[in-house]
Ligand binder design. Structure first.
Ligand SMILES: Cc1ncc(C[n+]2csc(CCOP(=O)(O)OP(=O)(O)O)c2C)c(N)n1
Ligand SMILES: [Mg+2]
Length: 737
């Protein structure tokens, strides 16, 4: 393979270096420095290894054997950042942190070639790659505390702040965590990424925690090469725009000694004071942005040449040659020997097996163990861990409203499991806008029930960090509409972790979301969001939609158990309009209340994921519905039944995965299905329900009523666009006629 200018520049420049007098490798590589010659040599090897992986990636790409090449060339001084940390410090890495990864691999005592092999298998998308198993090229390893990151830039910063928070919180609560008690989180990212809302969330969350005196040991590392794809970052921006409450350290990545010393100072600050810091590492970008990028289209030759002259490999080579630790010939020899070996390993990696079936690809998506979940969900506080005493009589309680049932279930779950945290906006002191978390702060304390600052990305980032750290987060999103500006934290982060780590890392969570419409004239669109489309198509995510108090209690137990047992990511959609509803048919009938069972009855009341609930056994019509639609449909069914029609109502209860077997059964028994869907006509739940019936070969009649493709307006005008009881009744009569 022809050598490109980065390679020839390196070898030509090294050849011209003037060797210094030989020196003892045990001594500082430069007078007075913290880096010994021997350690510098080790880091140089990691730097060379990382560079040669980029060379190999080009070769593999040319041969059509690599599928995602984004290199680390120019950023290799991040090896010194790894060296300043411990291999047990949880790391969330930028896609250019290759030398960091190789250094950590060596630090953990793995053979020198192990890290190289990992990366090459990632490039070639081999099923043998140790973290993503051919699903993506990421830096990650279960034994190196490197949590794999997707390619959505900056989306990992909220989680990083969450991991730092969780290191300390798990220790304080005595909950076992994968991270040592004195660990710090490290999180690297690029300079363009530093502008992203999710980056700002991560930095702000850490600063906000520290400002309140909370321990928040996270080291952010901005690898600043001055450009993002083709767009220059204004000179000095990273320093100018840094968060004023984050301790700031900076280093020139050309100089490995300076980088190591700055990283040591920064890491020491974070570890000792348990406070966040930003390490600003100035780098260059060599070999273009990624894959097929042709830099010359948007950068001048002078700019490219200026970066070449600041190749960090040259910086370290010069250091070693001037210190008399290597001659120029020895540097070149080291380069060539490793080059040949890496290319050899690349050839081997290209021949390793790939993923060959959809089953293989999807295996780690959401491996479910329903029996284990049923056992877990039935385990009440009487067998509580850590000797918690349960202070409740063994009889059924209530009857309770939906809000009370959720509150009661949360309290029982928290009493039984000390790893559960409840947090969000206004959930602690106020007890939630609708009182759902009332009393939890008093009972379980501020360590487990707390108000966050006002940022949904931060709330979910805390959950992501807590989830990978041994805790079981139950964050609340105050209104469904507010989930959407943070949705990537579920879509891109939470849902993908098991997939891209083959289950090595999991972020269990139960995200409670108050949602849906029908708030009788209150609030308008943002308090009456009736769209769940953006949640339902995320592979592996469980979407629970309880309508009645007894279902809410059982389903919440199921979600918590599934999160604990299988690392499940669950979104628990609570219909606001039904929180305090008491009646079903007429005032005072208490038809929407339900008794709350004692733990001894939880096994028999268990609701598995993906099982619907049926009301009635009529053979003329099945009304398929959920949420607010259930109450309206039950009222319609009572009227139709009184007229002699055989009507059954099916509450889906789970919007993902849909209870397809129960649905098809109800359809086949009646031959007529009416879908009563309070979400919007386009992209709403009814589309999937109808298609599930068609997919199953159902040949009977299907009709649907849904809300309009509109936002929900203020006041009584809301009723003009929302699914109504009258809509359901009219459509049902038409089907029955
Ligand atoms: C949220 C998001 N938007 C856009 C992109 C496309 N993208 C990938 S890398 C990149 C530039 C990032 O630049 P920087 O943060 O400076 O990192 P560098 O590549 O320079 O190391 C962009 C825009 C992305 N991956 N994610
Ligand atoms: Mg950049």
């Amino acid at each position: 393979m022809a050598r490109d200018i980065v390679e020839t520049n390196f070898t030509d420049t090294v050849a011209a270096l003037r060797p210094g007098d030989p020196r003892d490798p045990a001594l500082p590589v430069r007078a007075g420095s913290a880096l010994t010659g021997a350690r510098c040599l080790e880091l140089f090897d990691a730097q060379l290894g990382s560079r040669l992986l980029d060379v190999a990636a080009r070769l593999l790409k040319e041969r059509g054997q690599a599928f995602y090449t984004i290199g680390s060339a120019g950023h290799e001084s991040n090896a010194a950042v790894a060296a300043a940390l411990r291999p047990t410090d949880p790391a969330l890495l930028h896609y250019r942190s290759g030398a960091f990864y190789l250094t950590r691999s060596a630090q953990a005592g793995r053979p020198p070639e192990a890290g190289l092999r990992d990366v090459l298998l990632g490039l070639t998308a081999s099923a043998e790659e140790p973290i993503a198993g051919g699903r993506h090229k990421v830096f990650g390893h279960p034994e190196l505390a490197v949590i794999p990151q997707t390619s959505t830039i900056a989306s990992h910063l909220p989680r990083a702040a969450g991991v730092a928070f969780a290191i300390e919180r798990a220790r304080k609560l005595g909950v076992p965590s994968p991270w040592p008690a004195d660990a710090i989180a490290v999180c690297s990212f690029g300079d363009a990424s530093a502008n992203h809302a999710s980056a700002l969330t991560g930095l702000n969350t850490a600063a906000y925690a520290a400002y309140q005196g909370l321990p928040e040991p996270v080291l952010f590392v901005c690898e600043d090469n001055g450009i993002g794809i083709s767009v220059r970052t204004p000179a000095g921006w990273i320093e100018a725009a840094r968060h004023p409450r984050l301790a700031y350290f900076q280093a020139d990545g050309f100089d490995l000694v300076e980088t190591y010393e700055a990283a040591l100072r920064a890491a020491d600050h974070v570890r000792r004071l348990r406070r966040p810091a930003l390490l600003h590492l100035r780098t260059v970008r060599l070999m273009g942005h990624a894959g097929s990028d042709v830099e010359t289209a948007y950068r001048s030759r002078r700019e490219i040449a200026a970066d070449l002259a600041r190749d960090p490999l040259l910086g370290t080579a010069r250091l070693l040659v001037e210190a008399g630790l290597l001659t120029p010939e020895e540097v070149l020899d080291r380069y060539e020997t490793l080059r040949a070996r890496v290319l050899e390993l690349a050839g081997e990696a290209a021949g390793r097996p790939r993923l060959t079936t959809a089953e293989q690809v999807m295996a780690p998506l959401a491996p479910r163990r329903p029996e284990l979940v049923a056992t877990e969900a039935s385990r009440g506080a009487p067998e509580a861990r850590r000797g918690e005493v349960f202070d409740r009589p063994p009889e059924w309680e209530g009857p309770l409203t939906l809000a009370q049932a959720i509150n009661r279930t949360l309290a029982d779950a928290m009493a039984a499991d000390p790893s559960i945290l409840v947090f969000g906006e206004d959930v602690a002191r106020k007890g939630g806008v609708y009182g759902v978390t009332r009393g939890l702060l008093k009972r379980f304390g501020a360590g487990r029930v707390f108000d966050t600052h006002l940022d949904e990305q931060a709330i979910l980032g805390l959950a992501l960090g807590a989830g990978v750290s041994g805790l079981l987060p139950v964050p609340e999103i105050q209104y469904l509409a507010y989930l959407h500006n943070a949705l990537d934290q579920i879509r891109g982060e939470a849902s993908t972790l098991r997939f891209f780590s083959q289950g090595a890392y999991r972020n269990p969570m139960v995200v409670r979301v108050a949602g849906y419409a029908y708030q009788k004239g209150f609030g308008g669109h943002f308090h009456n969001d009736d769209s769940v489309a953006a949640l339902r198509d995320i592979p592996g995510v469980v979407v629970a939609s309880p309508a009645r108090p007894d279902d809410a209690a059982a389903m919440l137990r199921t979600c918590l158990a599934a999160a604990r047992a299988d690392g499940e990511v669950c979104v628990f959609l609570e219909p606001i309009a039904l929180y305090h509803t008491r009646d079903l048919l007429e005032d005072g009938d208490n038809g929407w209340l339900a008794p709350y069972p004692p733990p001894s009855r939880w096994a028999e009341t268990h609701v598995p994921i993906g099982r619907a609930r049926e009301y009635g056994d009529g053979r003329d019509l099945a009304i398929v519905t959920f949420g607010n639609g259930l109450r309206m449909s039950l009222r319609v069914a009572v009227r139709l039944t009184a007229e002699g029609y055989g009507v059954r109502v099916l509450d889906l209860r789970w919007l993902s995965p849909l209870p397809v077997a129960d649905l098809v059964r109800a359809a086949e028994l009646t031959g007529r299905v009416l879908i009563a869907d309070e979400t919007r006509r386009s992209g709403g739940v009814s589309e999937s329900v109808a298609m599930a019936l068609l997919d199953a070969g159902f040949t009977g009649r299907i009709a649907r009523v849904a809300s309009q493709d509109s936002f929900v307006p203020l006041g009584a005008a809301a009723d003009l666009v929302l699914l109504s009881e009258a809509d359901i009744e009219e459509a049902a009569r038409k089907l029955l006629a």
